[in-house]
Design a protein around this ligand. Structure first.
Ligand code: FAD
Length: 594
């Protein structure tokens, strides 16, 4: 049975199959999707479940771009009330409700938010939250997302004791949802594969093919694992490459297409005991909104919003970003958090459509709405939007690519549960026996159910085969050894970073980017991936060098200086990030690290 599982072996098979079945002149491929973030993975699910022959190529790991670096909210965006984007909010809230109730109830979970109020704010914010709730109501509304409440000062102290009591008169509590963004993408990838799509990570598009009459007919790609180059022919190519959109479009058309602006967003991570409180906080700042969100045993604090004009492959946090987040957070807390409490930092780039942006406009004013365009015949490009609305983006992109045929084969994703959701309730009931069987506490069982849904059975099977796998990792006890095995045998992890940053979040939840866990994780995966001693050393060195280069860059205040410091630190290992980083800071001189 094809349950959508992915592994190094299935990667090789998928490459072989693509070479055999989709080569020029013999291909029956309907859609080639470029980009394995949430948008591309959503498109692959949409296209495959309509019955189209579908292939997706992702240059790096699944969700390695923006889709693993978000604030992890599935929401309408309270702040868009200010710009009167009611249709945008309603559309996103309906998607939120659908994900919470039907499509991904294990992954997209309700979360209580607290909006603390200063004296004069209650009527205005109260009206806004009520409108937000009305926009999210209707037949998709779910009791899992309770109604909002006005609370006074004392109750606020009980709900979130860490807030500075001198600042606030009370609060409004309301409900939205959170998601593990990287795992959402992985689940979509497995869903697409189970529906028959060919899913290839680490396969990069280097050129778009044309049919000699100006129409795009596929792509020349390289498998970055083996170095093998080959061509894929398809009736239609859909580009979902986020902040790389312009670069990908340029392979087909010199001008035209979507214009995408990158805006940098940084998050910091601190342990839960650093801030006393239960719910999530949303508090407006001068230029944006501050979120303090429970994230496993940690708080996720974000975010910044600044234009990024350097290499989009290496977005880096600077000392200024971190200072800004600490300053904004400490402005609302009674007991300030300190830099040494920060265990993790991550940085993402929002792909914002440039449509309508005049020079000098701040990027936070650009609409998050998505747009689908055809930069050339046979080529569809989609960008903008947000994680929450990935399904609508996917539907619109496939409709656009199909043109008139879309009516005969409409999207079915509003009734297609994503991997992990289908038998979730059944597995939730079964899970009552796991604690006794493996000695796990309730928190561990909940962690497995939320991360894997019904696929938690796969983790149990791994533990049944070898009980040593039921034990937690020494340096990251929130995760089981079985989860590391599963990342390789079922979720297509091929390198250490895939496991530490996206299958798990050890890279951001354990200090020093999880370097303490690298040895143990490597000893588990090396035999599964067939790594010999040399390969193992190379993989460890690559992870550790990139991690320490990122931390080194964080000492600097300016983006350009941070990239320079990052590349300097990599030194002879700079090939890990390619030449684009050097070029983006105009550093093509002989003194640049080669
Ligand atoms: P990406 O995830 O970047 O995927 C594009 C992929 O294309 C990459 O994996 C890249 O490797 C691949 N690619 C590029 N070039 C090639 C090539 N030549 N060949 C093959 N593959 C290629 N949204 C929400 O709904 N809620 C939030 O709370 C939220 N918070 C956010 C916070 C921050 C700081 C940021 C930055 C964004 C946030 N968003 C949020 C927005 C959301 O994360 C993005 O809109 C979404 O992840 C974009 O997904 P994508 O698939 O379009 O792009």
């Amino acid at each position: 049975m094809n349950d959508g599982r992915l592994s190094a072996e299935s990667h090789e098979q998928a490459v072989e199959e693509a070479v055999r079945s989709f080569s020029v002149g013999q291909s029956n491929l309907d859609v080639l999707v470029v980009g394995g973030g949430v948008t591309g993975a959503g498109i692959a699910v949409d296209a495959a479940t309509r019955g189209l022959v579908t292939c997706l190529v992702e240059a790096d790991d699944w969700a390695s771009g923006t889709s693993s670096r978000s604030s992890k909210l599935v929401h309408g965006g309270l702040r868009y009330l200010r710009t009167l984007d009611f249709a945008l909010i309603r559309e996103a809230l309906i998607e939120r409700n659908l994900l919470v109730t039907k499509l991904a109830p294990h992954l997209v979970v309700p979360q209580e938010f607290v909006f603390p109020l200063k004296r004069w704010q209650r009527p205005i914010i109260g009206a806004g939250v009520m409108l937000y709730e009305i926009l999210g109501s209707g037949k998709t509304r779910t009791p899992r997302l309770p109604r909002h409440h006005h609370i006074g000062k004392q109750r606020l102290h009980r709900v979130f004791a860490g807030l500075n009591p001198k600042l606030y008169q009370g609060a409004i509590t309301y409900w939205d949802a959170t998601v593990d963004d990287a795992r959402l993408v992985l689940s979509l990838v497995r869903t697409a594969r189970a529906a028959g799509a060919h899913m290839l990570s680490r396969v990069k598009v280097v050129r778009l093919l044309d049919d000699g009459k100006g129409a795009v007919r596929g792509a020349a790609v390289v498998d970055l694992e083996s170095g093998r180059e080959f061509e894929i022919e398809a009736k239609s190519v859909i580009v979902a490459t986020g902040v790389w959109t312009e670069e990908t479009q340029r392979m087909a058309a010199e001008s035209g297409g979507l214009r995408v602006l990158a805006s940098k967003g940084v998050h910091i991570v601190v342990p839960r005991d650093a801030i006393p409180g239960g719910a999530a906080i949303v508090a407006p700042t001068k230029s944006s909104v501050l979120f303090v969100i429970p994230w496993d045993d940690h708080w996720l604090i974000g975010t910044t919003d600044t234009p990024w004009r350097l290499d989009v492959s290496i977005p880096l946090a600077t000392a200024s970003d971190i200072e800004y987040l600490l300053e904004q957070t400490n402005a609302i807390l009674e007991k300030p958090i300190t830099p040494d409490q920060i265990v993790g930092v991550f940085t993402g780039l929002r792909p914002l459509l440039q449509k309508g942006v005049k020079p000098g406009t701040r990027t936070s004013k650009v609409s998050r709405e998505h747009t689908v365009a055809s930069p050339a015949p046979g080529l569809t490009a989609i960008a903008g939007g947000k994680l929450t609305t990935y399904r609508l983006m996917a539907r619109d992109a496939v409709d656009h690519a199909l043109g008139e045929r879309a009516e005969q084969m409409p999207s079915v994703t509003d009734r297609t549960p994503i991997a992990g959701a289908e038998h979730f309730e059944e597995v939730e009931r079964e899970s009552a026996f796991w604690s006794e069987r493996f000695g796990w506490n309730d928190a561990m069982v909940a962690h497995l159910l939320r991360r894997f849904g019904d696929k938690a059975r796969e983790i149990v099977e791994i533990c049944e085969k070898d009980e040593a796998n039921a034990k937690p990792l020494g340096a990251a006890p929130d995760y089981l050894r079985a989860e590391i095995v599963h990342a390789v045998t079922h979720e297509g992890a091929l390198h250490i970073d895939d496991i530490l940053a996206r299958r798990t979040h050890i890279a951001f939840q354990v200090a020093d980017r999880g370097i303490a866990a690298v040895e143990e994780v490597t000893s588990i995966v090396a035999p599964l991936l067939g790594w010999d001693g040399d390969r193992r050393d190379r993989e460890v060195r690559k992870y550790s060098t990139l991690a320490s280069a990122e931390m080194y860059a964080r000492e600097l205040h300016d983006d350009r200086d941070a990239i320079r410091a990052f590349l300097m630190h990599l030194g002879r290992d700079a090939e890990y990030v390619g030449a684009a980083g050097r070029a983006s800071i105009g550093w093509n001189t002989p003194d640049a690290p080669q």
